[in-house]
Design a protein around this ligand. Structure first.
Ligand code: ADP
Length: 223
């Protein structure tokens, strides 16, 4: 693994240009497992973080780059008064229509990929020692596996996930269970993991786990 940062050129339009130059780490886990908490801790240790969930939200926020395309495709009733995507309405639509989901993803996925690559190239240019891509549905999507060098899975029990998400997002148990049912199972995710962050205990314990993970990733640089 080369330690020198890649020279960023205008031809470097996608992520695969970084492969082999800087460790590319995928970070996934079920809803409420602690992905955001772990990535915040890794950022404090100096990791370059690209949060694809955050990017997905940004492109559909007021003035987000996906908004006009969504309006054109689905109609203005899918845009809220503040100019953001009407998430509730869209969620209902795509829950009942795989075609609508596909149509939405045809708009959002290329924009998410483009912004993900832009941020990754910038973080590399800024000298990040390694990059962490936070991808909630990494196992389900399949398209990330070839790009990343290591997959980190944040793991806790289903009961803990439900408790945390009910508190964080003010959802009912049934609502959280419905989201969980649409995601890969804990077992499935763990099968693909190179490294596991156990997040069943206290935040203090998590901090120690993350420090340990950071050291392990830095070791990849020396391989
Ligand atoms: P994800 O990004 O995977 O959905 P978050 O990092 O947002 O999960 O964590 C879900 C909720 O649980 C957040 O409110 C977070 O502060 C809390 N949380 C995460 N890990 C712990 C922990 N070890 N102890 C207590 N609360 C935690």
């Amino acid at each position: 693994m080369a330690t020198a940062a890649t020279k960023s050129t205008t031809e470097q339009s996608n992520l695969s240009a970084l492969k082999g130059h800087i460790p590319l780490i995928g970070l996934t886990g079920g809803i409420g497992s602690g992905k955001t908490t772990v990535s915040d801790l890794l950022a404090k240790l100096g990791a370059g973080i690209v949060d694809t969930d955050l990017i997905a939200h940004q492109i559909t926020a007021p003035n987000g780059v996906a908004i006009s395309l969504i309006e054109k495709q689905f109609g203005s009733e899918f845009i809220a008064a503040d100019g953001a995507l009407n998430r509730e309405k869209m969620r209902t639509l795509i829950f009942n229509s795989p075609e609508a989901r596909k149509s939405l993803e045809t708009i959002t996925h290329p924009l998410i990929r483009q912004e993900t690559a832009r941020q990754a190239l910038q973080l590399n240019k800024d000298g990040a020692p390694y990059l962490v891509f936070v991808v909630p549905l990494l196992i389900e999507s399949g398209s990330w596996k070839d790009l990343i060098d290591r997959l980190v899975v944040v793991d806790c029990t289903k009961e803990t996930q439900i408790k945390r998400v009910m508190q964080r997002s003010n959802l009912t148990q049934e609502e959280v269970e419905r989201i969980l049912a649409a995601q890969a199972s804990r077992e499935e995710r763990l099968k693909h993991a190179d490294l596991v962050i156990e997040n069943q205990g206290s935040l203090k314990k998590l901090e120690a786990e993350v420090e340990n993970l950071h050291q392990k990733i830095l070791q990849i640089l020396k391989e």
